[in-house]
Design a protein around this ligand. Structure first.
Ligand code: PLP
Length: 359
């Protein structure tokens, strides 16, 4: 019998969103932090325009996409790598910089895929306690071990929604050993950007990577495009392990058009923030406690794990899918993606009904 390698056999499968409403009940999915708006019409048009060339392999160097991203963000296109979603890049980083004999460190309530990527590589995964749901730079620094190879964190965090001030992030980098790669995953960076605290310049100092994605603010989760800014030396190593044809031609064309239609993305962020704040106000008024969110989702404290599970099940029965957070060490919390106004209102009134009936 064939057997997997022991570090794979001991892994739990990645917890996927379960989106099966009862028969005849319409689905309201607020579970995957997808955008409430479709991609820019210009992105859809650009993707459609290249479909007829589907017999050709896509650009393995993502030249046009790197060029427009470099211009948009004022960064060197040579330091940009594009991934089949940022998950692709996270996996490649773990493959190159962690593995047997090395460990990966992340905040306790970090994005669960950091753990998966570390485990897939055969590395130990260490966590540093947070202050509630806010990353603590001090505990991260205390959590560094002699074999730490990579520190992963998302800023803003998923599922926490909280953000790390730029000065704190710099304090982390300044106090980490130089041989540790710091990965700052800014999947929700566009939503938090109004404060204009971009961390791209940290990359120039070496040993820091900043990741972004088209899956959230650009509304393109189904296209699978992520990117990152890397020190060139690190980018060269990563290219060795990447699938050389990782992003379809249609997805690359759509991403280029989406970057150029910057206003559409900014509008998505504005609409999302307004609906998020309305939803937060309604939930708080109903007695739920929430963390401050700089993203397109809210993290709702249900008091205890049993209540979170019961509320989640009651919502599922109505076809409303939120996301339980046991996998991120927060079993008493439910995460609600900010959706269309009507879907948010339906979800919130169902949560309030559940609360009234069970208390
Ligand atoms: C923090 C974080 N990083 C990465 C991802 C994955 O993004 P992508 O769709 O680009 O693979 C997500 C998706 O939810 C996320 O929340």
């Amino acid at each position: 019998m064939t057997v997997p390698r022991p570090h794979i056999a001991s892994m739990a499968p990645y917890s996927l969103a379960r989106l099966a409403p009862p028969d005849g009940v319409p689905l309201i999915s607020l579970s995957q932090n997808e955008s409430l708006r479709p991609p820019s019409p210009k992105a859809v048009e650009a993707a459609a325009a290249v479909l007829g060339n589907g017999m050709l392999y896509p650009d393995p160097d993502w030249s046009e996409l790197r060029e427009v991203l470099g211009q948009q963000h004022g960064v060197n296109p040579n330091g940009i790598l594009c991934g089949n979603g940022s998950l692709d890049l996270i996996g490649c980083i773990a493959r190159v910089f962690s593995g047997p004999g090395r460990s990966v460190l992340a905040p306790a309530h970090a994005y669960p895929f950091f753990r998966s990527a570390a485990q897939m590589s055969g590395a130990r995964f260490d966590i540093a306690p947070e202050r509630g749901t806010t990353v603590s730079i001090d505990t991260l620094l205390n959590g560094v071990a002699p074999d730490t190879g990579v520190v992963f964190l998302a800023n803003p965090g998923n599922p926490t929604g909280t953000r790390i001030p730029q000065a704190e992030l710099r304090r982390l980098r300044d106090n980490l050993r130089h041989d540790i790669l710091l990965v700052v995953d800014e999947a929700y960076g566009e939503f938090a950007d109004p404060l204009n605290e971009t961390n791209f310049d940290m990359v120039q100092e070496g040993n820091t990577v900043v990741l972004r994605t088209f899956s959230k603010a650009y509304g393109m989760a189904g296209f699978r495009v992520g990117w990152g800014l890397f020190p060139e030396r690190i980018a060269a190593e990563l290219r060795k392990v990447m699938n050389p044809n990782n992003i379809s031609a249609a997805a690359q064309a759509a991403a280029v058009a989406a970057v150029l239609d910057h206003d559409y993305m900014r509008e998505t962020c504005r609409i999302t923030a307004a609906l998020r704040d309305d939803a937060a106000t309604a939930l708080t008024k109903a007695g739920f406690s929430l963390t401050d969110s700089f993203t397109n989702f809210l993290l709702i404290d249900m008091g205890d794990p049993e209540s979170a599970q019961q509320a989640d099940e009651a919502m599922r029965d109505k076809g409303i899918f939120l996301r339980p957070q046991g996998g991120a060490g927060l079993p008493h919390m439910l995460r609600m993606t900010v959706g269309a106004k009507h879907d948010n209102e339906t979800a919130i009134s169902s949560l309030i009904k559940w609360k009234t009936e069970t208390r």
